[in-house]
Ligand binder design. Sequence first.
Ligand code: ZN
Length: 300
Amino acid sequence: MTQDRTDLAPWQWPDQHWRGIVERVRAGRALRPREWPGGARCAVALSFDSDHDTTDLREGGQSIGRLSQGQYGNRQGVPRILEILARYGVQTSFYVPAVTALLYPDEQRRVIAEGHEIGIHGWIHERNSELPPQAERDLQMRAADVLERIAGVRPVGIRTPSWDFTPHTLAITREMGLIYDSSLMADVDCYELLMDGAPTGVVELPVEWIRDDAVYFNMNRNASLRPHTAPADVFDIFKREFDAAYREGGLFQLTMHPHISGYRSRIWILDELIRHMRAHAGVWFATHADVVRHAKAHAA
Ligand SMILES: [Zn+2]
């Protein structure tokens, strides 16, 4: 592990120091399969981060108003999403903080019963980089236990809350025997994660803020900043990401939030996007876990 060199400015760092920082966690071999199951041309991995009330709680917030927006995610957001997924028969992945699962256990059981995957998403959506390493490890392990106890299925993958990844996260993930992470951004295809230059066997299924509804729709009420990206424009961005993935024969991954996209004026984006994708021949819709398993087993 690289020592902190707070005594030096970055421009003074010896080469081995900045190289050590870069190489803590790095993309290794690409895991782009020769073909997708059934001879499909393109894989689609849709995901939903059920943050709900934890977006306020993790800040120490006790705002009844903001917590009610979190509850909307449970009462309206998830049901609207599940209804669309069931209509098209599409399997996806949900990333759920333990506190969300404890608040809404029936929601998690329904998600599993309808054929979707549930992955780890922290305890209370904490920012890992603010925690002592021991606390990060403890919370990640307890979160997996809570999800297993409530949903009845042991998670095999993790998405770190806010994609906040520490120098310790990958070691914890490997120690837990998880098969994948979905929090990093080094590629459009799956890849094997390296830790200090050595292969870990843990697969990354990469995300990107570009393919995340939160960056387009979140607002800060006090700064009088309103959402400035129109839903039609967000749809256009997601559609172009898919269209290019289809042309390239690759993977299209998307992150949405029930408490952000589960609204009457936005939920159509998901509906329309699935309809658009299904109009193409050879599109394989799968959970993140299934995409990772296939990519790892059939890497070109
Ligand atoms: Zn989240």
